[in-house]
Design a protein. Structure first.
Length: 255
């Protein structure tokens, strides 16, 4: 059984003070929900405070992106050495970075390699637009993203990587894929990993779904055999909601 992983992507929400108050409120209720891995991904400015507040707990901290260079004249960027020691995970290739910041498949690959080099665990996000979905090209588009992201990454590093399938048309729109649709695409992702590496590696790979995940549809997604967790946006910003998502994930997997 792959251990479910529920990660909250806070995007550009919560001040450092609000972030610390949030994790102080959830770490008690989440302490007993150990059958799933729990991750919070605050804005960069909140990372030190959140990491300190969660020290000694089993709740992991993640960053929302990183640059592939260790240092340099890259205004506004954050590097692996800056994150090392603060976080375990880092989200790479989220659709909003692809759309608004010009992140390409090649950049995703470089970022993933940089994260691994510094001992960080990438959450590699992939997903298609509404136009691609409606044209019936989702499978080929996502496969291209996966093959590019994993180019040159050895099988020995795969146990540190999580994949998140996030259809762009379902992020922040209130729309979501059905559990069956998401499971089908994630099954195709797993088949692509098997083709790149082998069946054993593909079976062990944890793959999340993201895109308007809420407590009222969490069981639908988590009851699917290929879906191992969720990368959650808005529903991860409320204490009760995030706790409930973790609880429902564990329940749906029978853990």
């Amino acid at each position: 059984m792959r251990i479910p992983i529920i990660a909250g992507n806070w995007k550009m929400y919560k001040t450092p003070q609000e972030a610390v108050a949030f994790v102080n409120a959830i770490k008690g209720p989440l302490a007993d929900l150990t059958a799933a891995e729990r991750v919070v991904c605050p804005p960069y400015v909140a990372l030190p405070g959140v990491a300190q507040a969660l020290e000694g707990s089993e709740i992991a901290v993640g960053a929302q992106d990183l640059h592939w260079e260790d240092e340099g004249a890259f205004t506004s960027q954050v590097s692996g050495p800056m994150l090392k020691g603060l976080v375990k995970y880092v989200i790479i290739g989220h659709s909003e970075t692809r759309e608004y910041q010009g992140v390409t498949n090649e950049m995703v690959n470089k970022k993933a390699k940089a994260a691994l080099h510094h001992g960080l665990h990438p959450i590699i996000a992939v997903g298609e637009s509404l136009a691609i979905n409606e044209a019936g090209e989702t499978q080929s588009f996502v496969e291209t993203q996966i093959r590019a992201a994993f180019d040159g990454i050895p099988a020995s590093d795969l146990d540190k990587i999580v994949i998140a399938y996030e259809p762009i048309w379902a992020i922040g729109t209130g729309k979501s894929a059905s559990g069956e649709q998401a499971n089908g695409i994630i099954g195709n992702i797993r088949a692509t990993i098997a083709d790149l590496y082998d069946d054993a590696v593909a079976h062990a790979m944890r793959i999340q779904y993201g895109g308007s995940v809420k407590p009222n549809n969490m069981v639908e997604f988590m009851s699917q055999p290929h879906i191992d967790g969720a990368l959650v946006g808005g529903a991860a910003l409320k204490e009760d909601s995030f706790i409930e998502l973790v609880r429902l994930a564990i329940q749906a997997k029978g853990l």
